[in-house]
Design a protein around this ligand. Structure first.
Ligand code: FES
Length: 106
């Protein structure tokens, strides 16, 4: 299992154990992380699963591809390490990563 820590919009840190292969959005939803809406269910068409990735891990996660980049243009609080959680599949190398959930989605 891989340990990730989600930082909810109010600053609460929630460590979770997840299996590789899930997306960050799925991991957040299964663990009732506040602030993740995932309105489109992972189809890369809503931007309500926006997350900011720990800068120390961003090279492991990688940059968004074109479709995701277009959707991120609609995301509030977009930052240098923003990704849509539904487009990031969890890998073993993510163990220990911190992910911040923005205070506004969409
Ligand atoms: S769940 Fe809609 S873009 Fe990720």
């Amino acid at each position: 299992m891989i340990t990730l820590t989600f930082i909810e919009p109010d600053g609460t840190a929630k460590p979770v154990s997840v299996a590789p292969g899930l997306t960050l959005m799925e991991a957040a939803m299964r663990n009732n992380i506040r602030g993740v809406v995932a309105e489109c269910g992972g189809q890369c068409s809503c931007a309500t699963c926006h997350m900011q990735i720990d800068a120390a891990y961003f090279d492991r996660v990688g940059a968004p591809v074109d479709d995701e980049e277009d959707m991120l243009d609609f995301a509030e609080e977009r930052g240098e390490t923003s990704r849509l959680g539904c487009q990031v599949e969890i890998e073993d190398s993510f163990d220990g990563m911190v992910i911040r959930i923005p205070s506004v989605q969409g």
